[in-house]
Design a binder for this molecule. Sequence first.
Ligand code: NAP
Length: 246
Amino acid sequence: MAKTAIITGGSRGIGRGMALKLGEMGYNVVINYRSDSSKALSDDLAKEITEKYGAETLVVRADVGKYEDCETLVKAAVEKFGGKIDVLINNAGITNNSNFIDITREQYENVINVNLISLLHMCHLALPHMLDNEANIINISSVGGLVGVTNQADYCATKSGVIGLSRALAVEFSSRKVRVNVIAPGMIMTDMLRGVNQDELNALASTIPLGKIGDVEDIAGAMEYILKASYVTGQVLSPNGGFVMQ
Ligand code: NAP
């Protein structure tokens, strides 16, 4: 029987790349999205995964910042695919890009909710279905969780928090055969970089030792490595072109 993977924010960007890789690896793929504009993208992605790889899919709308929506997402996955969850990828995330004087309370609370509290919700709800089953949680952080970035105080706080949460869960659940790891991407070409013009992108690329912005496939490859690496838990893997060396 195929294993089941849930990916939050799977409609586009890094999440889409990882969803395709999960399908290629033979998982049933549960694709989560939030906005109206992502519904068609998610349905198309589900179709593509089934046509290309023969994998089963389920598309579930849920705002992972809301506990009740996370309950809906986990319940739908468990009901459709036989009671257990093998992989949880907490990928959904947002950013503000605002200096810390002008940022509003509403803006930073929203980032903390979507980027960090949502992971507590999802892990809390999914873990009971993952125990004693060689399961994996992969949480998506950022190089912003490893170093300071200007105009990203709220984002950096959440992405450091993701690492702390993941290490604690890795220790607590290793005896129940759940591995918990982090991917901390560097700059990856997705909608998250849509506000950056080509000249700025070139300037950014020139600061990266490997000389380029990364692709979603770079992160999907890191995910595949972690899923196969049975002796790896509590670790942070940072595909970032050498931009940050830990
Ligand atoms: P993206 O292209 O903007 O996609 C974000 C995804 O998250 C979308 O599918 C979006 O769905 C979903 N999402 C946002 N808020 C959500 C919510 N409340 N509930 C459910 N889904 C939600 O972003 P990305 O660049 O792929 O980033 C993915 C992850 O990688 C994020 O955690 C980000 O912080 C991290 N990351 C990205 C980069 C980068 O350079 N791109 C670098 C480091 C880390 P909707 O369209 O439905 O809102």
